[in-house]
Design a protein around this ligand. Structure first.
Ligand code: BG6
Length: 500
């Protein structure tokens, strides 16, 4: 077991007030409050810290503290004792922001939160504009000298390139870019950051990380869950906007970009943008060959029968929203020219797994009779983002015995078995970064635009296509079109943890 290096500086938040808009919402309850609780538990919050919830639902400070906080075991944390407030009001009502400003001033005076404010927009996207305008109307977009006012914005950041630009114009009319932290929680996952460690803290991988060694790459974000209670939201998003535009393309950018000179925010984000810019856009003519969508229907087993997407609450019974998307991408640069990148995501697939798998080329010549190689797959390096976090290297090895048979074997690194330290939750890491003012793991405005540039033509093409949406049974690996997509080049999907 490795011991934590003693020299690594512990990171703790400065005095500040975290203001969560959408305080009575699902994300706040499931992710943000537990993240605050965990930061408090790990002593990452100073005594001069306060939390303010803002939402339309009427609630008292005590009720908010009780429902959100005490249930999460925060009661015993002195950092939060007495430092929780709630402001109820409409997002487009200037009075809400007036009362918020008074609350923030009184917290500064009582708790020493030093005028530092982190505004977290965890509302439905329609509320972003009124909240930003409301904050600006009350002067809360400007911090007093020596303090900070920052804005964290949840996805979806627009519905396409045009609306993302409109949102940016609204954001930038009141906040400067360095104040803006666009969140993609995948970047807060340790295993996603480990893509950087693997690639750039080692010398052995860099030489094989290119077109001369890599045959193709598969990036999978598979979920077993359906849309649950989020049908209403999901209907207007779909898999492409919900997962591909952000999580998949972020992981892809980190896995394929050039080495940055340093891991500072701009160095890293510049390289991601350059990579995203090098992704070739599909034309309307080749989209059918390069992108596939699907929607889950009823499936599973007799004991565990899952409803189809159209039967989920909040979903149109004739919905054409995709719950599965797969694409073949090409990156037009020296490192990757000619290498296909297959990405896919879906709800109600047979396994929950996120991974990046680099499959290497077959040896140029095999001095072994082919009948002795039947169980030999191509070499592969698999970065297991979640669950079962780790890395596997798959290669051929001689099967013990008198004959010379070769079969696939694998070397595995597991986070669990190697490190004693626990991974912080993604939201915990990112909240702390935002409180510290470190934008490295947040999305810059030009990255958002590049990502929309890539998915927009496909979403538009699908919107115009009135043929029936391909379907797949719940608990299967997606529509058969997806097998054809990858099969066209003679390759096939890895189906990790599932049927293969
Ligand atoms: C969110 C999507 O961004 O990511 C959800 O809106 C999805 O639909 C979730 O379920 C997946 O996150 P994770 O961390 O569980 O892989």
């Amino acid at each position: 077991m490795d011991k934590a290096p003693q020299l690594i500086q512990e990171r703790s938040a400065p005095p500040a007030t975290l203001v969560i808009f959408g305080a009575s919402g699902d994300l706040t309850r499931r992710k943000l409050i537990p993240a605050v609780a965990s930061l408090a538990r790990h002593h990452r919050l100073p005594r001069e810290f306060a939390l303010v919830g803002v939402a339309r639902t009427a609630m008292s400070d005590e009720q908010f503290a009780d429902s959100a906080i005490n249930g999460r075991g925060l009661r015993d944390h002195p950092q939060l004792d007495g430092g929780i407030r709630y402001v109820s009001g409409g997002y487009d009502d200037p009075d809400t922001y007036k009362r918020l400003a008074e609350t923030l001033d009184s917290l500064d005076a009582e708790r020493g939160t030093a005028g530092n404010r982190l505004f977290y927009l965890s509302t439905p996207a329609e509320a972003f504009e009124p909240v930003i305008n409301g904050l600006a109307g009350a002067g809360l977009n400007h911090a007093r000298p020596g303090s900070f006012a920052r804005l964290v914005i949840e996805k979806p950041y627009g519905r396409d390139l045009a609306t993302a630009r409109e949102l940016d114009a609204i954001v930038h009319s009141s906040f400067d870019e360095p104040q803006v932290f666009r969140i993609d929680h995948y970047l807060g996952k340790d295993t996603v950051q480990n893509v950087l460690a693997l690639r750039f803290a080692n010398s052995i991988f860099q030489p094989i990380w290119d077109r001369s060694w890599v045959d193709h790459v598969q990036i999978t974000v598979a979920e077993t869950l359906g849309v649950g209670t989020r049908g209403g939201f999901y209907e207007s998003a779909g898999a492409m906007r919900d997962i591909v535009q952000n999580h998949v393309l972020q992981v892809l950018a980190l896995a394929l970009m050039e080495p940055p000179a340093s891991f500072d925010a701009e160095g890293l984000r510049n390289e991601k943008v350059k990579l995203l810019q090098a992704i070739r856009l599909p034309t309307d003519r080749d989209i059918a060959d390069l992108a596939v969508r699907g929607q889950y229907t009823r499936g599973g087993t007799r004991d565990d029968l899952m409803p189809g997407y159209r039967d989920e609450p909040g979903v149109d019974p004739l919905s054409r929203t995709e719950t599965y998307a797969a694409m073949r991408l090409n990156v037009d640069n020296w490192r990757w020219a000619g290498v296909p990148f297959y990405v896919r995501t879906g709800k109600r697939l047979p396994a929950r797994v996120t991974e990046v798998a680099l499959q290497f080329q077959r040896p140029p010549h095999l001095p072994i009779p082919t009948d002795q190689l039947t169980e030999l797959d191509a070499d592969a390096l698999i970065l297991r983002i979640q669950p079962d976090e780790g890395i596997s290297l798959r290669f051929g090895a001689k099967v013990p015995g008198h004959s010379f048979r070769v079969r696939t074997a694998s070397m595995d690194f597991s986070y669990d078995k190697t490190f004693r330290e626990e991974s912080p939750e993604a939201y915990e890491r990112l909240l702390l970064d935002a409180l510290l003012g470190d934008p490295t793991l947040f999305i810059r405005t030009d990255e958002v635009e590049q990502c929309w540039r890539i998915v927009d033509p496909i979403i538009e093409h699908w919107a115009k296509d009135h043929s029936p949406i391909p379907t797949y049974e719940a608990a299967s690996w997606g529509p058969t079109d997806a097998d054809r997509l990858i099969g066209r080049s003679g390759r096939k999907w890895r189906n990790p943890g599932g049927d293969a």
